[in-house]
Structure formats: structure tokens, C-alpha cells
Design a protein around this ligand. Structure first.
Ligand code: M6R
Length: 618
């Protein structure tokens, strides 16, 4: 969480830092700020609120001569508060007492209280409630004992525990940014007569086509025409740039009102691209041969453990049905934050699948690191090739290739994750011979038809909108499904909560009568996922039980389902699809339900309150 940008070069710096911060705003948006070298001092301008607010503040400052914006070197930050509420004072950059050093930080300093107490004992006065301020005060204190800026930073980071990506400006070094990282991303962008620092590659790819990723415990000194790298002992390191494709403007909403709407609407294309790569021909095996999983290992797998959080966890739950159904390998799905290696039953024959859109989620990364200590093999699924998960799972990595997802609520990356997991299940079943050929070909054919079917659901957006906005005044929603659509009920409840702030729960529909039914009344809509197949009659039965409690009744059902039409007040229709493939389609009207209700309530769709897209703290 928190985004960092830095620039050294001759371009007009303020608009450039603002553009970088806009690209990084998904990482946190409760406050923002910049620090630039201006004349002989460091100018820090920061504010509570989003980047748009910072932009306003900067305009006012410029008009009142508070900043002339003339600078060759600066850093910027967009914050998701951990220590200290969102406020002007807690916004980054942070100064040392003498205002000679300005720091921006992403991560958490775990021992900040200890360090702060030590510095307070030395007479240093703290002005913020942040953990970050200890970094800048500590460096400043160290600088009193050494002339070398590098030494002062190295000494400070050796004392700090936790995770950090830090960028630092020094008043006495007007053309340099110092940066260091441990367990939080930081990348250097290499340009012509200009260089950058940022929290992610897509942001840098707006400006440059060469980047160098900083590794843990590396420190860099970035100047206009040179970038140097050091280890924590101050030894020089040589690092080569990698070429990245300059992405088109990632901030382009392509005519949609919100990124969320754009991303929901990209799902057919995303799935189509994945299928082109991994399943070009349904008559042939799934093409995941880039995974270096030996067939002998696959044949020996004793269990699969999926570790993930939030929406990625729901993708894992959906996949469990498909993997067990096609491969008969016992598959468990755990919240990464709940993983305890001692209870995991993992062995050298186990496969751990880590799923994370960002590839940065601290809970997921920590759990995976613990899990692989058992000797289990790791398969990573992420949307970000430049992430910690991609690094950990180098050998066995599947990229979900959904493109940049800006809206904080995950939509297209969820369908991409389940597509990848279905393909992995089929791939494994083909090696193991655990499913008959005809049913595998049928599933593959159905997967190939998905982009068309998803498109047919997407074009119904307006109809879904008309159908759902009348429920926007309800304070509580219940989503129910069975079998493979139970995780979709969970995902739909999460989406509605995130986007609209309405309380919502997802239940396995059979569980309703064991307690949750008590919450039902005419103010609590029940949304049932009723897809023809094994679970259909029982979900209908459970829905009737809810209807008897006078709950407003909404269904997601297949086109032409007369029974559903006769029972439910509102039916969100989806195209004909088999039960096993249905999650790709049942989720779509539910994404729209969350979107349109949130929009009706005037919520901040792309940046809901209290959230950040990549959660890099445990
Ligand atoms: O980047 P990850 O997939 O690891 O993120 C996991 C969750 O934080 C994420 O899915 C979160 O629940 C989203 N906001 C869901 O929309």
C-alpha cells in the first residue's frame, strides 16, 4: 500500500510527479504529497485527500508563490494509513527536525516505537504519529556522526525492522534521490538524461522503456545521468536494465464512467487472450508446458493447498471443485492470513498454489514462504510479472494476463484467475488420466466458447442496472449458492460490501436454515444463484425457505428458466451454460449488481473508502 514516485531530470517536475501519483493511486489514497529541491531548500507540499486535492493545493501554492515548481529532482507519495490517521500532518513526505531530509515510505517499521523512544531520549521532537518519521529522524541523527549520506542510510536501515521501500531527498545533494527497499517493491526507470523511481513497472512504463528492479536490501543513488547500486555493506553492485513494453496510457477509461465498468467489460477479451495462449485448440492438450513440473511429480502429488486472500481466495475456492472433480487430488483452500505451517500436513509431494492479483499481498507472500519450507512445490498465479510472488514462483508461474486493473475491487482479474485455474486442472487431469477424454474435450470446448458467452452477458448491463437499482436502499443483502457457485455467492457479497458499503454475507444455501435465516425480513434481499445442474433443485428449495420469510428475492438464472421466473421477484438472466463453467457467467450480473447499487448510492466506485488495491501489510 502507498505509492512512491521520484524523478531526476530536466522536465517540468510537478506535472510529472502528479502523473506518476495518479498511476499509483490504486495503492492508497487517503493523503498525498511531494517534496522537491527548490533553490536551496526542500519544499514539501502535502495534503489529506486524493491526488486531485494535492493538485488543487499545488495550484494554490503556485499562485501564491508557495512553490515555483522549478526543480530537477523530487519525490511523491500516495498514502494508505497504517500508523496515524489520514491527515495533513501524517501525509508523506516527512521531514527531519531541521528540514534537511525528506522521506517517503511504503511499508511498516515494526520496531518504530523502540527507535522513536531512543530518539526522543536524544531530544528529538516528533511531529507525526507515523512510523515513517523515525526513518528520517534516524538518518538525520546518523548524519551527525558521519559525513557520508550513504553510510547514514545504511546504518539506519540496519536498525529498522519491518518492510520498506523508501525514497529520500537531501537538501545538500540537490540532484539525487536515494532509495532502498526490503519486502516492498521499488523499481528504477532509466531514461535519457532523466531517471525515475516508482513502486511499480506500469507507472514507469508511462515514461521509459528500461527499468531496473531493486532487490531486498539494496540501495540506489539515482541522478540524472547515472544510477548506482549498493549492498547493505556499502559494496557496489552491478545491475542490468530490463526492457519493458511502454504501456499505453493506463489511466485511459476508454469512454467508461469508471475503471470498474471498463474492467468488467474487458472480461471476454481477457479470457480470449488466455485461451489463445494456453488452449489454442480444444482437441489438443492444454499448453502449460512452460511450467517445469515434471509429469512424475504431478503423478505423485498427495495434496494441493491453495493460499490466497479476498477475491483471489474465492477464485481458489471455485478451483477446488474443478481440480478435485477432474484430478481427484485432495485440495484445500486457506486464507493466507490463517495459514499455520504446523497444521498444514504438507509434504515434499504437495503442491502449494499461491494466487494473488498484485503478487504483493503480504499475507499471501508470508504464508507461501512458510509453506515452501515444508519442501512442498510452489505454483504461483499472479497478474504481475514484476511481483514478489512472480519472483518466489519463478519456476512454476502462470501469469493471469488480465492487464492492469486500476479499480480497487477485483473483477477481470478474478475471471482471469479462475480461467487459469480451470486450465491448470484440465492440464493436470490430462497428465494423470483421471478424467475421461470426452468430458475433458467438452470442458475445453466450453472454455473456448466462454468469450462469446461472457460478451452476451456483458451486453445486458443496462437491463441488469434497471433490475437492481430498486434494491439500493436495502441495508443488508444475503447471497446464496451451492457447490461451484457457493464461492461466487461469497465473491458477490464481497463486491457489494466493497463498492456500496452495504453489509452483505455469502452463504452455502443449505446453511441458511442453520442460523442465518434469522436475519431475513422484507428489508434483506436474498440473491440466489440457481444454475441448472446438480445443485439446482436444492438451491430453489433453500430460496423458497427465504421467500417464506418475506425476503425480497433475486436470482441469477439461465435464460428461459421459467421456474426461477415464477419464484423470484427479479431474475438476472445469463446465457445457457453448464454448471461447471457457470461461475464465469454467474459472477457477471453480480459484479454489475454491486456496481450499479454503489453508483446509485453515489459511492466512490474505483477507490472505495478504507481500501487499497495491494495490501502489503499483514
Ligand atoms: O492482490 P491480491 O489478489 O493478493 O489481493 C487479495 C485481496 O486483497 C483482494 O482480492 C481484495 O479482496 C480485493 N479488493 C477484492 O476486490
Amino acid at each position: 500500500m502507498c505509492g512512491i514516485i521520484g524523478y531526476v531530470g530536466d522536465k517540468e517536475i510537478v506535472p510529472l510527479l502528479l502523473k506518476g501519483l495518479q498511476c499509483l493511486e490504486y495503492r492508497g489514497y487517503d493523503s498525498a504529497g511531494i517534496a522537491i529541491h527548490e533553490g536551496h531548500h526542500l519544499n514539501v507540499i502535502k495534503t489529506i485527500g486524493k491526488i486531485a486535492k494535492l493538485e488543487e493545493v499545488l495550484k494554490i501554492k503556485k499562485a501564491t508563490n508557495g512553490t515555483n515548481g522549478h526543480s530537477n529532482c523530487g519525490i511523491g507519495h500516495t498514502r494508505w494509513a497504517t500508523h496515524g490517521e489520514p491527515s495533513n500532518i501524517n501525509a508523506h513526505p516527512h521531514f527531519d527536525t531541521e528540514e534537511k531530509i525528506a522521506v517517503v515510505h511504503n511499508g511498516i517499521i515494526r520496531n518504530y516505537q523502540e527507535v522513536k523512544d531512543k530518539l526522543i531520549n536524544l531530544g528529538i521532537k516528533f511531529v507525526t504519529q507515523t512510523d515513517t518519521e523515525v526513518i528520517v529522524q534516524l538518518i538525520s541523527e546518523n548524519l551527525k556522526k558521519t559525513k557520508s549520506i550513504l553510510d547514514a542510510i545504511l546504518k539506519a536501515v540496519k536498525e529498522l525492522e519491518g518492510s520498506y521501500a523508501i525514497a529520500i531527498l537531501f537538501k545538500d545533494e540537490p540532484d539525487k534521490i536515494y532509495a532502498v527497499r526490503k519486502e516492498a517493491p521499488l523499481v528504477i526507470g532509466i531514461g535519457n538524461d532523466e531517471n525515475f523511481v516508482a513502486s511499480d513497472i506500469p507507472t514507469l512504463s508511462q515514461f521509459v522503456d528500461k527499468v531496473i528492479r531493486l532487490n531486498d536490501n539494496e540501495i540506489t543513488v539515482v541522478a540524472k545521468n547515472a544510477v548506482e547500486f549498493y549492498d547493505l555493506n556499502g559494496g557496489r553492485i552491478k545491475k542490468e536494465p530490463q526492457i519493458v513494453t511502454k504501456t499505453k496510457d493506463i489511466l485511459d477509461k476508454k469512454g467508461f464512467k469508471h475503471y470498474l465498468a471498463k474492467e468488467i467489460n474487458e472480461q471476454a477479451e481477457v479470457i480470449s487472450n488466455l485461451l489463445k495462449d494456453f488452449l489454442p485448440n480444444p482437441e489438443k492438450p492444454v499448453q502449460l508446458n512452460h511450467l517445469k513440473l515434471e509429469p512424475d511429480f504431478i503423478k505423485s502429488i498427495d495434496r494441493i493447498l491453495i493460499l490466497a486472500c479476498g477475491t483471489a481466495y474465492h477464485a481458489g475456492l471455485t478451483a477446488k471443485y474443478v481440480i478435485e472433480n477432474l484430478t481427484s487430488i485432495p485440495t484445500e483452500v486457506q486464507f493466507a492470513s490463517e495459514f499455520l505451517s504446523a497444521n498444514s500436513l504438507l509434504t515434499k509431494r504437495s503442491l502449494v498454489i499461491g494466487i494473488s492479483q498484485s503478487g504483493e499481498t503480504a499475507d499471501t507472500i508470508t504464508a507461501i514462504k512458510k509453506a515452501v519450507l515444508t519442501g512442498a512445490t510452489l505454483l504461483g498465479i499472479t497478474n504481475r510479472a514484476d511481483s514478489a510472488l512472480a519472483d518466489l514462483a519463478k519456476e512454476h508461474l502462470i501469469l493471469s494476463k488480465a492487464g492492469v486493473e486500476i479499480s480497487v475491487a477485483a473483477t477481470k482479474t478474478f475471471t482471469a484467475q479462475i480461467a487459469v485455474l480451470y486450465l491448470f486442472a484440465v492440464y493436470t487431469a490430462e497428465i494423470l488420466g483421471t478424467a475421461d477424454k470426452t468430458s475433458l474435450i467438452k470442458i475445453k470446448q466450453e472454455l473456448r466458447e466462454l468469450p462469446q458467452l461472457i460478451d452476451q452477458a456483458l451486453v445486458r448491463a443496462e437491463r441488469y442496472q434497471e433490475q437492481v437499482i430498486k434494491y439500493a436502499d436495502k441495508p443488508d443483502f444475503v447471497f446464496i449458492g451451492r457447490g461451484i457457485n457457493y464461492p461466487i455467492a461469497l465473491e458477490a457479497a464481497l463486491k457489494l460490501k466493497e463498492l456500496s458499503y452495504i453489509h452483505a454475507s455469502g452463504y452455502a444455501s443449505g446453511e441458511m436454515k442453520h442460523g442465518p435465516i434469522a436475519v431475513l425480513d422484507p428489508n434483506v434481499p436474498v440473491v440466489s444463484i440457481v444454475v441448472s445442474g446438480e445443485t439446482y433443485e436444492r438451491v430453489i428449495q433453500n430460496s423458497l425457505e427465504a421467500k417464506s420469510r418475506k425476503a425480497p428475492m433475486i436470482a441469477v438464472a439461465i435464460d428461459g428458466d421459467k421456474k426461477a421466473e415464477s419464484i423470484f421477484d427479479t431474475v438476472l438472466h445469463i446465457p445457457q451454460v453448464s454448471e461447471i463453467i457457470s461461475p464465469f457467467l454467474t459472477v457477471i450480473p453480480l459484479q454489475f449488481l454491486a456496481y450499479y447499487i454503489a453508483e446509485e448510492l453515489g459511492r466512490d466506485i474505483d477507490q472505495p473508502r478504507n481500501l487499497a488495491k495491494s495490501v502489503t501489510v499483514e
